[in-house]
Write a protein that binds this ligand. Structure first.
Ligand code: ADP
Ligand code: MG
Length: 208
């Protein structure tokens, strides 16, 4: 199993479906510590990403992720749009022809670095990084131990979910939730929740 073009498109399409299905949960999380738009923002952005894939018919998985990133930047809005958009564009650029587990691990690493670079958040700041960083580490570790793409993606999705749970006791230090100070404690971070769903989508579409 490699991340061929059809699988890359399936990843974005599945992510759009499951974010749409969980839109109200994500919005509820953002209503608690933000402005209540994260579910709607990302559902709109991913729908635009899917449209952009249909229109451009990319001929490589890297180009598919880049096209999705452009759709996300253009239509998501909020803080998460540029962050996810940059992440997918960087991942697509990195992917090139290396579409086995190791190559996808490097692409996910590039996604993480891109989001860190433009958002300035580190692990522990109660953001999407708290789900993405452990997901990338778990993916890389699994791939390094010879896991195939699906097994590495399952490890990443599990780690993202654990990272999401670990955001509950944290106080937000980045983004809108940081304005709440100590009142941001006791809630899951919405962006970490959407990252966990996006990682689960990758695990699903790479299943044999
Ligand atoms: P907004 O906060 O502009 O309304 P969204 O609601 O769409 O945007 O997204 C909020 C999520 O974005 C947060 O839950 C957090 O995970 C993520 N986020 C916000 N700022 C940053 C940042 N600087 N770095 C990484 N992630 C961030
Ligand atoms: Mg918001």
């Amino acid at each position: 199993m490699t991340l061929d073009t059809a699988t890359a498109v399936a990843w974005i399409t599945r992510a759009a479906e499951i974010i749409r299905a969980d839109e109200s949960r994500l919005t509820g999380l953002d209503a608690a510590i933000g402005d209540g738009d994260h579910g709607a923002n990302l559902a709109r952005g991913l729908a635009a990403a899917v449209t952009s894939l249909e229109e451009t018919q990319p001929e490589s998985p890297g180009k598919a992720l880049m096209a999705a990133g452009r759709g996300l930047v253009a239509k998501t809005g909020g803080a998460s749009g540029p962050l996810y958009g940059t992440g997918f564009r960087r991942a697509g650029k990195e992917l090139g022809d290396g579409t086995d587990a190791t190559g996808v691990g490097d692409a996910l690493e590039a996604m993480l670095r891109g989001i860190e670079e433009i958002g300035g958040a580190v692990q522990g700041d109660k953001t999407m990084i708290d789900a993405l960083a452990p997901a990338v580490a778990a993916f890389q570790e699994a791939a390094g131990n010879g896991a195939d793409l699906h097994a590495a993606a399952v490890a990443a999705a599990d780690a993202a979910e654990a990272g999401l749970a670990a955001t509950v006791p944290l106080q937000a230090r980045k983004g809108r939730a940081s304005y709440l100070g100590p009142r941001s404690v006791g809630h899951e971070d919405p962006g970490a929740a959407s990252t966990a769903l996006i990682m689960r989508a990758l695990a699903e579409v790479t299943a044999p």
